[in-house]
Design a protein around this ligand. Structure first.
Ligand SMILES: [Fe+2]
Length: 467
Protein backbone atom coordinates (compact mmCIF):
# COMPACT_ATOMS: atom_id res chain seq x y z
CA UNK A 1 0.00 0.00 0.00
CA UNK A 2 2.81 2.39 1.04
CA UNK A 3 4.82 1.35 -2.02
CA UNK A 4 1.85 2.04 -4.25
CA UNK A 5 1.30 5.49 -2.68
CA UNK A 6 5.00 6.33 -3.05
CA UNK A 7 4.91 5.28 -6.68
CA UNK A 8 1.86 7.46 -7.25
CA UNK A 9 3.52 10.34 -5.45
CA UNK A 10 6.65 10.18 -7.61
CA UNK A 11 4.62 9.84 -10.80
CA UNK A 12 2.58 12.91 -9.93
CA UNK A 13 5.74 14.81 -8.86
CA UNK A 14 7.42 13.91 -12.16
CA UNK A 15 4.41 15.01 -14.16
CA UNK A 16 4.25 18.27 -12.22
CA UNK A 17 7.95 19.04 -12.68
CA UNK A 18 7.67 18.33 -16.39
CA UNK A 19 4.64 20.55 -16.61
CA UNK A 20 6.19 23.43 -14.65
CA UNK A 21 9.45 23.42 -16.61
CA UNK A 22 8.70 23.73 -20.25
CA UNK A 23 11.13 23.92 -23.16
CA UNK A 24 9.92 26.55 -25.57
CA UNK A 25 13.18 26.64 -27.51
CA UNK A 26 11.79 25.06 -30.66
CA UNK A 27 9.78 28.18 -31.41
CA UNK A 28 11.78 30.55 -33.63
CA UNK A 29 12.32 33.90 -31.92
CA UNK A 30 11.14 32.61 -28.57
CA UNK A 31 13.24 32.19 -25.46
CA UNK A 32 16.21 29.88 -25.87
CA UNK A 33 16.26 29.03 -22.17
CA UNK A 34 13.66 26.80 -20.53
CA UNK A 35 10.60 28.81 -19.62
CA UNK A 36 9.52 28.64 -15.99
CA UNK A 37 6.07 29.34 -14.64
CA UNK A 38 6.51 31.76 -11.76
CA UNK A 39 2.95 33.01 -11.15
CA UNK A 40 -0.53 31.63 -11.70
CA UNK A 41 -2.46 30.55 -13.54
CA UNK A 42 -5.24 32.74 -12.22
CA UNK A 43 -8.71 33.59 -13.52
CA UNK A 44 -9.99 37.07 -14.24
CA UNK A 45 -12.86 39.01 -15.86
CA UNK A 46 -15.15 36.01 -15.58
CA UNK A 47 -18.56 36.17 -17.21
CA UNK A 48 -21.18 33.68 -18.37
CA UNK A 49 -19.45 33.38 -21.75
CA UNK A 50 -15.80 34.22 -21.19
CA UNK A 51 -12.80 34.35 -18.90
CA UNK A 52 -9.23 35.64 -18.91
CA UNK A 53 -6.45 33.28 -17.88
CA UNK A 54 -3.30 35.00 -16.63
CA UNK A 55 0.14 33.70 -15.71
CA UNK A 56 3.72 34.93 -15.50
CA UNK A 57 6.88 33.35 -16.87
CA UNK A 58 10.48 34.14 -15.97
CA UNK A 59 11.45 34.88 -19.57
CA UNK A 60 9.46 36.14 -22.54
CA UNK A 61 7.54 33.46 -24.34
CA UNK A 62 4.42 32.95 -26.40
CA UNK A 63 1.05 32.05 -24.89
CA UNK A 64 -1.37 29.28 -25.54
CA UNK A 65 -4.41 28.08 -23.61
CA UNK A 66 -5.90 24.74 -24.58
CA UNK A 67 -9.36 24.05 -23.19
CA UNK A 68 -12.32 21.71 -23.37
CA UNK A 69 -15.15 20.28 -21.30
CA UNK A 70 -13.32 17.06 -20.33
CA UNK A 71 -9.87 16.82 -18.69
CA UNK A 72 -8.34 14.64 -21.41
CA UNK A 73 -9.99 16.50 -24.27
CA UNK A 74 -8.66 20.05 -24.54
CA UNK A 75 -9.85 20.35 -28.11
CA UNK A 76 -10.02 24.13 -28.39
CA UNK A 77 -7.26 26.70 -28.04
CA UNK A 78 -6.38 30.37 -28.09
CA UNK A 79 -2.84 31.56 -28.68
CA UNK A 80 -0.87 34.77 -28.68
CA UNK A 81 2.39 34.93 -30.61
CA UNK A 82 3.68 38.02 -28.82
CA UNK A 83 6.73 37.37 -26.64
CA UNK A 84 5.67 38.18 -23.09
CA UNK A 85 6.29 37.42 -19.45
CA UNK A 86 2.81 38.62 -18.38
CA UNK A 87 0.45 36.29 -20.20
CA UNK A 88 -3.23 37.22 -20.56
CA UNK A 89 -5.37 35.00 -22.75
CA UNK A 90 -9.07 35.70 -23.21
CA UNK A 91 -11.44 32.83 -23.87
CA UNK A 92 -14.77 33.81 -25.44
CA UNK A 93 -17.87 32.06 -26.74
CA UNK A 94 -18.10 29.74 -23.72
CA UNK A 95 -21.32 28.20 -22.44
CA UNK A 96 -22.81 29.56 -19.17
CA UNK A 97 -22.36 27.55 -15.95
CA UNK A 98 -20.18 25.02 -17.71
CA UNK A 99 -17.03 23.40 -16.37
CA UNK A 100 -13.97 23.73 -18.61
CA UNK A 101 -10.54 22.17 -18.17
CA UNK A 102 -7.49 24.02 -19.43
CA UNK A 103 -3.76 24.02 -19.83
CA UNK A 104 -1.34 26.92 -20.21
CA UNK A 105 1.99 27.13 -21.95
CA UNK A 106 3.82 28.12 -25.10
CA UNK A 107 2.71 27.28 -28.63
CA UNK A 108 4.00 23.70 -28.40
CA UNK A 109 4.71 23.03 -24.77
CA UNK A 110 2.65 22.90 -21.61
CA UNK A 111 3.60 24.68 -18.40
CA UNK A 112 0.66 23.37 -16.41
CA UNK A 113 -2.53 21.50 -17.15
CA UNK A 114 -4.09 18.57 -15.35
CA UNK A 115 -7.50 17.72 -13.88
CA UNK A 116 -6.98 20.43 -11.24
CA UNK A 117 -6.86 23.14 -13.90
CA UNK A 118 -10.53 23.85 -14.36
CA UNK A 119 -13.05 26.67 -14.02
CA UNK A 120 -16.79 27.02 -14.31
CA UNK A 121 -18.24 29.94 -16.24
CA UNK A 122 -20.60 32.25 -14.39
CA UNK A 123 -24.37 31.80 -14.73
CA UNK A 124 -26.39 33.97 -17.11
CA UNK A 125 -26.83 37.47 -15.63
CA UNK A 126 -30.17 37.70 -13.82
CA UNK A 127 -30.71 33.97 -13.59
CA UNK A 128 -31.61 32.70 -10.10
CA UNK A 129 -29.83 29.58 -8.85
CA UNK A 130 -27.60 28.38 -6.04
CA UNK A 131 -24.37 30.37 -5.87
CA UNK A 132 -21.41 30.55 -3.49
CA UNK A 133 -18.97 33.43 -3.24
CA UNK A 134 -16.13 33.75 -0.70
CA UNK A 135 -14.88 37.09 0.64
CA UNK A 136 -11.33 37.55 2.00
CA UNK A 137 -10.24 40.80 3.64
CA UNK A 138 -6.72 41.96 4.55
CA UNK A 139 -5.38 38.58 3.53
CA UNK A 140 -1.85 38.91 2.16
CA UNK A 141 0.57 38.84 5.09
CA UNK A 142 2.08 35.36 4.77
CA UNK A 143 0.94 34.43 8.30
CA UNK A 144 -0.09 31.09 9.75
CA UNK A 145 -3.53 32.67 10.15
CA UNK A 146 -3.71 33.32 6.39
CA UNK A 147 -2.99 29.65 5.69
CA UNK A 148 -5.44 28.39 8.31
CA UNK A 149 -8.22 30.66 7.03
CA UNK A 150 -7.69 29.35 3.52
CA UNK A 151 -7.53 25.71 4.63
CA UNK A 152 -10.73 25.99 6.66
CA UNK A 153 -12.51 27.75 3.81
CA UNK A 154 -11.59 24.85 1.52
CA UNK A 155 -12.60 22.34 4.19
CA UNK A 156 -15.95 24.07 4.66
CA UNK A 157 -16.56 23.92 0.91
CA UNK A 158 -15.72 20.23 0.69
CA UNK A 159 -17.04 18.99 -2.65
CA UNK A 160 -18.98 22.22 -3.23
CA UNK A 161 -17.43 24.81 -5.49
CA UNK A 162 -17.27 28.59 -5.39
CA UNK A 163 -18.61 30.59 -8.30
CA UNK A 164 -16.05 33.27 -7.47
CA UNK A 165 -14.16 34.96 -4.65
CA UNK A 166 -13.81 38.61 -3.85
CA UNK A 167 -11.03 40.58 -2.12
CA UNK A 168 -11.84 43.32 0.38
CA UNK A 169 -8.53 45.16 0.05
CA UNK A 170 -5.07 45.26 1.65
CA UNK A 171 -4.34 42.21 -0.42
CA UNK A 172 -0.53 42.23 0.05
CA UNK A 173 1.25 43.70 3.06
CA UNK A 174 3.17 45.93 3.78
CA UNK A 175 3.22 48.11 0.70
CA UNK A 176 1.42 46.13 -1.99
CA UNK A 177 4.62 45.74 -4.02
CA UNK A 178 4.85 43.16 -6.77
CA UNK A 179 7.20 40.95 -4.75
CA UNK A 180 4.80 41.11 -1.79
CA UNK A 181 1.93 40.13 -4.07
CA UNK A 182 4.07 37.23 -5.25
CA UNK A 183 5.04 35.83 -1.86
CA UNK A 184 1.99 36.77 0.20
CA UNK A 185 -0.86 36.41 -2.28
CA UNK A 186 -0.08 34.48 -5.46
CA UNK A 187 2.15 31.85 -3.81
CA UNK A 188 -0.35 31.24 -1.00
CA UNK A 189 -3.43 30.72 -3.16
CA UNK A 190 -1.90 29.29 -6.36
CA UNK A 191 -2.64 25.62 -5.86
CA UNK A 192 -6.31 25.88 -5.01
CA UNK A 193 -8.28 29.12 -5.17
CA UNK A 194 -6.45 30.98 -7.94
CA UNK A 195 -6.35 28.30 -10.63
CA UNK A 196 -9.96 27.28 -10.11
CA UNK A 197 -12.11 30.22 -9.08
CA UNK A 198 -12.25 33.68 -10.69
CA UNK A 199 -11.26 36.47 -8.30
CA UNK A 200 -12.76 39.96 -8.28
CA UNK A 201 -10.57 42.32 -6.21
CA UNK A 202 -10.95 45.70 -4.54
CA UNK A 203 -8.01 47.85 -3.40
CA UNK A 204 -7.04 48.81 0.16
CA UNK A 205 -4.69 51.50 1.41
CA UNK A 206 -1.77 49.05 1.54
CA UNK A 207 -2.33 48.23 -2.15
CA UNK A 208 -1.49 51.92 -2.71
CA UNK A 209 1.63 51.41 -0.54
CA UNK A 210 0.40 53.98 1.96
CA UNK A 211 3.33 53.38 4.30
CA UNK A 212 5.63 54.62 1.57
CA UNK A 213 6.35 58.26 0.72
CA UNK A 214 5.03 57.73 -2.79
CA UNK A 215 1.52 56.93 -1.53
CA UNK A 216 0.06 60.32 -2.39
CA UNK A 217 1.33 60.00 -5.92
CA UNK A 218 0.00 56.44 -6.25
CA UNK A 219 -3.44 57.51 -5.03
CA UNK A 220 -3.63 59.77 -8.05
CA UNK A 221 -1.87 57.73 -10.72
CA UNK A 222 -3.02 54.26 -9.61
CA UNK A 223 0.43 53.10 -10.72
CA UNK A 224 0.75 50.23 -8.27
CA UNK A 225 1.25 46.49 -8.52
CA UNK A 226 -2.43 45.95 -7.66
CA UNK A 227 -3.51 47.51 -10.95
CA UNK A 228 -0.87 45.62 -12.91
CA UNK A 229 -1.65 42.28 -11.31
CA UNK A 230 -5.41 42.23 -11.74
CA UNK A 231 -7.70 42.53 -14.75
CA UNK A 232 -11.16 43.88 -14.07
CA UNK A 233 -14.42 43.86 -16.08
CA UNK A 234 -14.31 47.60 -16.79
CA UNK A 235 -16.45 47.50 -19.93
CA UNK A 236 -19.49 45.67 -18.60
CA UNK A 237 -18.11 42.28 -19.71
CA UNK A 238 -19.73 40.58 -16.73
CA UNK A 239 -22.85 42.75 -16.51
CA UNK A 240 -23.23 46.18 -14.93
CA UNK A 241 -22.63 49.66 -16.29
CA UNK A 242 -19.11 49.99 -17.78
CA UNK A 243 -16.86 51.98 -15.44
CA UNK A 244 -13.96 52.36 -17.90
CA UNK A 245 -11.55 52.20 -14.97
CA UNK A 246 -9.89 49.39 -13.05
CA UNK A 247 -10.43 51.22 -9.75
CA UNK A 248 -14.14 50.34 -9.52
CA UNK A 249 -16.47 48.15 -11.53
CA UNK A 250 -19.52 45.92 -11.26
CA UNK A 251 -20.48 42.41 -12.32
CA UNK A 252 -23.27 39.87 -12.05
CA UNK A 253 -23.19 36.36 -10.69
CA UNK A 254 -26.65 35.15 -11.74
CA UNK A 255 -29.22 37.23 -9.88
CA UNK A 256 -26.60 38.87 -7.63
CA UNK A 257 -25.19 42.22 -8.68
CA UNK A 258 -21.80 43.14 -7.16
CA UNK A 259 -20.08 46.51 -7.02
CA UNK A 260 -16.33 46.63 -6.26
CA UNK A 261 -15.39 50.13 -5.10
CA UNK A 262 -12.15 52.02 -4.44
CA UNK A 263 -12.15 53.75 -1.05
CA UNK A 264 -8.54 54.93 -1.11
CA UNK A 265 -7.54 56.07 -4.59
CA UNK A 266 -8.40 59.42 -6.11
CA UNK A 267 -10.25 60.04 -9.36
CA UNK A 268 -9.23 62.98 -11.55
CA UNK A 269 -6.47 63.65 -8.99
CA UNK A 270 -9.09 64.99 -6.62
CA UNK A 271 -12.08 62.90 -5.67
CA UNK A 272 -12.28 60.12 -3.10
CA UNK A 273 -15.19 57.72 -2.73
CA UNK A 274 -16.76 59.98 -0.09
CA UNK A 275 -16.63 63.03 -2.38
CA UNK A 276 -20.07 62.37 -3.72
CA UNK A 277 -19.74 64.70 -6.70
CA UNK A 278 -16.79 62.64 -7.94
CA UNK A 279 -16.86 60.28 -10.93
CA UNK A 280 -16.97 57.11 -8.83
CA UNK A 281 -20.19 58.05 -7.05
CA UNK A 282 -21.74 59.29 -10.29
CA UNK A 283 -21.01 55.88 -11.80
CA UNK A 284 -22.33 54.08 -8.68
CA UNK A 285 -25.64 55.96 -8.97
CA UNK A 286 -25.98 55.03 -12.63
CA UNK A 287 -25.03 51.42 -11.98
CA UNK A 288 -27.44 51.00 -9.06
CA UNK A 289 -30.28 52.59 -11.04
CA UNK A 290 -29.64 50.27 -13.99
CA UNK A 291 -29.58 47.14 -11.81
CA UNK A 292 -32.71 47.61 -9.70
CA UNK A 293 -34.19 44.48 -11.24
CA UNK A 294 -31.46 42.23 -9.81
CA UNK A 295 -32.44 39.86 -7.01
CA UNK A 296 -29.59 40.91 -4.74
CA UNK A 297 -27.17 43.82 -4.68
CA UNK A 298 -23.90 43.56 -2.75
CA UNK A 299 -21.27 46.31 -2.54
CA UNK A 300 -17.72 45.81 -1.31
CA UNK A 301 -14.85 48.14 -0.60
CA UNK A 302 -12.03 48.40 1.92
CA UNK A 303 -12.77 51.20 4.43
CA UNK A 304 -15.73 50.43 6.75
CA UNK A 305 -18.29 52.94 8.04
CA UNK A 306 -18.57 51.25 11.46
CA UNK A 307 -15.65 49.71 13.34
CA UNK A 308 -14.01 49.75 16.74
CA UNK A 309 -11.53 47.00 15.89
CA UNK A 310 -7.98 47.81 14.80
CA UNK A 311 -9.37 51.06 13.34
CA UNK A 312 -11.67 53.65 14.89
CA UNK A 313 -14.57 54.85 12.75
CA UNK A 314 -15.14 57.90 14.97
CA UNK A 315 -11.56 59.10 14.60
CA UNK A 316 -10.28 58.08 11.18
CA UNK A 317 -11.31 60.81 8.80
CA UNK A 318 -11.93 58.63 5.78
CA UNK A 319 -14.17 56.27 7.77
CA UNK A 320 -16.14 59.22 9.18
CA UNK A 321 -16.61 60.71 5.73
CA UNK A 322 -17.64 57.40 4.16
CA UNK A 323 -20.28 57.04 6.86
CA UNK A 324 -21.45 60.68 6.80
CA UNK A 325 -21.43 61.28 3.07
CA UNK A 326 -21.46 58.06 1.14
CA UNK A 327 -23.41 55.17 2.59
CA UNK A 328 -26.76 56.93 2.34
CA UNK A 329 -26.46 56.53 -1.43
CA UNK A 330 -25.96 52.79 -1.00
CA UNK A 331 -28.85 52.57 1.47
CA UNK A 332 -31.24 54.63 -0.64
CA UNK A 333 -30.77 52.09 -3.45
CA UNK A 334 -31.59 49.23 -1.07
CA UNK A 335 -28.17 47.52 -1.28
CA UNK A 336 -28.60 44.32 0.73
CA UNK A 337 -25.11 43.65 2.06
CA UNK A 338 -21.96 45.77 2.36
CA UNK A 339 -18.64 43.98 2.82
CA UNK A 340 -15.53 45.80 4.06
CA UNK A 341 -12.10 45.08 5.54
CA UNK A 342 -9.43 47.41 7.05
CA UNK A 343 -9.96 46.43 10.70
CA UNK A 344 -8.46 43.03 11.37
CA UNK A 345 -11.41 41.20 12.81
CA UNK A 346 -15.06 40.52 12.10
CA UNK A 347 -17.88 42.98 12.90
CA UNK A 348 -21.48 42.55 11.68
CA UNK A 349 -24.60 44.68 12.06
CA UNK A 350 -28.28 43.74 12.07
CA UNK A 351 -30.44 44.93 9.15
CA UNK A 352 -30.08 48.70 9.58
CA UNK A 353 -30.42 52.09 7.92
CA UNK A 354 -29.81 55.76 8.54
CA UNK A 355 -27.02 55.92 11.10
CA UNK A 356 -24.41 58.36 9.88
CA UNK A 357 -23.13 59.83 13.15
CA UNK A 358 -20.58 58.86 15.78
CA UNK A 359 -20.91 55.65 17.76
CA UNK A 360 -22.53 57.35 20.75
CA UNK A 361 -25.45 58.51 18.58
CA UNK A 362 -26.33 54.96 17.57
CA UNK A 363 -29.85 54.16 18.80
CA UNK A 364 -30.80 50.57 18.11
CA UNK A 365 -34.54 51.34 18.15
CA UNK A 366 -34.12 54.08 15.61
CA UNK A 367 -31.62 52.57 13.20
CA UNK A 368 -32.11 48.81 13.32
CA UNK A 369 -34.92 47.70 11.01
CA UNK A 370 -35.03 44.35 12.79
CA UNK A 371 -34.23 43.30 16.33
CA UNK A 372 -33.39 39.80 15.13
CA UNK A 373 -29.88 38.39 15.14
CA UNK A 374 -30.73 37.04 11.69
CA UNK A 375 -29.10 33.77 12.68
CA UNK A 376 -32.05 31.60 11.64
CA UNK A 377 -30.84 28.85 13.98
CA UNK A 378 -33.84 28.48 16.30
CA UNK A 379 -32.33 30.67 19.02
CA UNK A 380 -34.35 33.57 20.50
CA UNK A 381 -34.90 36.52 18.13
CA UNK A 382 -33.10 34.82 15.25
CA UNK A 383 -35.62 35.10 12.39
CA UNK A 384 -34.16 35.78 8.96
CA UNK A 385 -34.09 39.43 7.90
CA UNK A 386 -36.84 39.93 5.34
CA UNK A 387 -37.31 42.33 2.50
CA UNK A 388 -40.34 42.68 0.27
CA UNK A 389 -41.00 44.60 -2.92
CA UNK A 390 -42.70 47.30 -0.81
CA UNK A 391 -40.25 47.24 2.11
CA UNK A 392 -36.99 46.85 0.27
CA UNK A 393 -34.70 49.00 2.40
CA UNK A 394 -32.08 48.00 4.95
CA UNK A 395 -28.47 46.86 4.74
CA UNK A 396 -26.37 44.42 6.73
CA UNK A 397 -22.81 45.74 7.19
CA UNK A 398 -20.15 43.05 7.42
CA UNK A 399 -16.52 43.79 8.16
CA UNK A 400 -14.34 40.77 7.48
CA UNK A 401 -10.69 41.79 7.63
CA UNK A 402 -8.95 38.87 9.28
CA UNK A 403 -8.15 36.51 6.40
CA UNK A 404 -4.45 37.18 7.16
CA UNK A 405 -3.93 40.10 9.51
CA UNK A 406 -5.55 39.59 12.89
CA UNK A 407 -6.39 41.56 16.01
CA UNK A 408 -6.80 45.04 17.48
CA UNK A 409 -9.51 46.67 19.60
CA UNK A 410 -10.31 50.31 20.37
CA UNK A 411 -11.22 51.41 23.89
CA UNK A 412 -14.96 51.36 23.09
CA UNK A 413 -14.87 47.96 21.31
CA UNK A 414 -17.25 46.56 20.18
CA UNK A 415 -18.98 49.24 18.09
CA UNK A 416 -22.57 49.69 19.30
CA UNK A 417 -23.99 49.37 15.76
CA UNK A 418 -22.48 45.90 15.40
CA UNK A 419 -24.52 42.94 16.61
CA UNK A 420 -21.53 40.56 16.57
CA UNK A 421 -17.83 41.39 16.85
CA UNK A 422 -14.78 39.14 17.16
CA UNK A 423 -11.17 40.26 16.79
CA UNK A 424 -9.67 37.14 18.34
CA UNK A 425 -10.17 34.71 15.47
CA UNK A 426 -9.19 34.98 11.82
CA UNK A 427 -11.74 34.09 9.17
CA UNK A 428 -13.34 34.59 5.78
CA UNK A 429 -16.98 34.85 4.70
CA UNK A 430 -18.99 32.64 2.40
CA UNK A 431 -22.12 34.02 0.78
CA UNK A 432 -24.53 31.26 -0.10
CA UNK A 433 -27.38 32.52 -2.25
CA UNK A 434 -30.23 30.31 -3.31
CA UNK A 435 -32.89 32.16 -5.31
CA UNK A 436 -34.56 34.45 -2.76
CA UNK A 437 -32.52 33.32 0.26
CA UNK A 438 -29.10 34.73 1.14
CA UNK A 439 -26.94 33.29 3.89
CA UNK A 440 -23.58 34.62 5.01
CA UNK A 441 -21.33 32.51 7.20
CA UNK A 442 -18.09 33.54 8.90
CA UNK A 443 -15.73 30.56 8.65
CA UNK A 444 -12.97 30.91 11.22
CA UNK A 445 -9.33 29.78 11.03
CA UNK A 446 -10.13 26.88 13.39
CA UNK A 447 -13.11 25.74 11.29
CA UNK A 448 -15.77 27.08 13.69
CA UNK A 449 -18.61 29.13 12.18
CA UNK A 450 -19.00 31.85 14.82
CA UNK A 451 -21.54 34.04 13.04
CA UNK A 452 -24.08 33.72 10.29
CA UNK A 453 -27.20 35.48 9.09
CA UNK A 454 -29.98 34.80 6.63
CA UNK A 455 -31.93 37.28 4.52
CA UNK A 456 -35.11 36.39 2.63
CA UNK A 457 -36.51 38.43 -0.18
CA UNK A 458 -39.61 38.74 -2.25
CA UNK A 459 -37.90 38.86 -5.61
CA UNK A 460 -40.98 38.84 -7.81
CA UNK A 461 -44.52 37.50 -7.69
CA UNK A 462 -43.50 33.98 -8.72
CA UNK A 463 -41.13 33.57 -5.79
CA UNK A 464 -42.45 32.23 -2.49
CA UNK A 465 -42.92 34.95 0.10
CA UNK A 466 -40.70 35.05 3.17
CA UNK A 467 -42.25 33.95 6.51
FE1 LIG B 1 -6.51 48.88 5.40
Amino acid sequence: MIKKSLHLFFSVALLFSQAAFSQDKKEPGAATEPVRLIRGPYLQVASSTGIQIRWRTDVSSRSKVRYGTAPGKLDQSVEDIKLLTEHKVNLAGLKPLTKYYYSIGGLKDTLQGDENNSFTTLPQPGEAGHYRIAALGDCGDNSINQRHVKEQLLKYLGPNELNAWILLGDNAYQDGTDSEFQSKFFNIYKNDLLKKYPVFPSPGNHDYHDTDLSAKHAQETHETAYYQNFSMPTEGESGGVPSHTQAFYSFDIGNIHFLSLDSYGKEQNAYRLYDTIGPQVQWIKRDLAANKNKGWVIAFWHHPPYTMGSHNSDEEEELVKIRENFIQIIERAGVDVVLNGHSHGYERSRLMMGHYGMEKTFDAKKYNLSSSSGKNDGSKDSKPYTKSLKKDKGTVYVLSGSAGKLGGKQASYPHDAMYFSDADHGGSCVLDVQDNKLELKWICADGVIRDQFTMMKELNKNVSKPD
